[in-house]
Design a protein. Sequence first.
Length: 365
Amino acid sequence: MRELVKMFADTATLDDIGIGGVRDSLADQLFPATSTVHTRARYFLFIPWIHAAAAAKFTGTAVVSKANDRERVFIETMKAAGHTQGLIGRIAGKGVTILPSSIYWSALGKLGIREDSGPRSAWQVSVEAPAGFPSDVESGFTMTPAEAAWLQERILATSPTSYLAHLVTNGLNVDIRDFESPWDHPALESASGTIRATVRHARLFSLAINGAALLYNLLVAEKYDGVKGSDQAGYVEAYRDLLAEWAERTANHATELRSWDVADFWLSVDRGRSTPIPPGTKVFVDEWIAAVTADEATKAASSSHLRRLVATRERANKGEQSRLNNDRALKNWAGASGAGQLVYRWPNVQTLVGDIAEGLGHAAS
């Protein structure tokens, strides 16, 4: 049952306790122009090639419609050729509802590849599409050295002080897929002091707040067992075990957690945001961190204070969709909701950097 819980544990997107703003702010600083729905690096070329070709032949609204048609042709081409790992539309094919351009649109702007000019977008891509594209994409998602170098340059030009920029220049001599989190990568040692400080804040927040996510799932599991019946038993014990493991991890880092400059953490979180983190979120996080550093982690599963803190936060965040208040929402629980430790889009970053490394010929053997 514990393995099943871990299998369903979402590490990035679910946000029942309302800390997504903190998570995303740190992720944006470390890995700008990335997203949990990005799949492969070569999309940063595929989309400009498709839309620039449409803009060269058509005007007005026809540009968008023709580009969309070409995206669907591209999807079918890739699917037929078996290039399906990371393919958006792998199952639905040309009938996919959300096209790759919609998913990558914002990131293309952040990297300076897409520039809005009045009602149209101008595309800044210096690498030509392969012959026959998009009806023929023999190489699939494999980038050429020129393509990888171009995307590397775009990252360095638009986000030179980010951890992502550091990884695509100083982290290509090892296979990024060998490291489970951003703080495990050896390139961090040679990063700037600002990057190291932000990664440290991200790591300690991930460690501390994971207990709140696990406790929330324990509360749901207790209620779920009561609604579903004894045949669904096992989740409660699993989450108690996971909380015990989390408490042991926090105990191993107790000195570091107590010395953590939480005020500087909030300055780091708010850096680059147009608006600060909402007060309710900040109060909840501060109270949780204070409890963890006061050794309440060891009794998180039974602490009335922590159980009340998490339950109140979830109800405030989810409203009528609160699983702790709404049995209909409770029945849709799949065994875990945001229970995994935060890694700030790391799986997607691994793919992006890995694709660039392979294109440049630096892939680990």
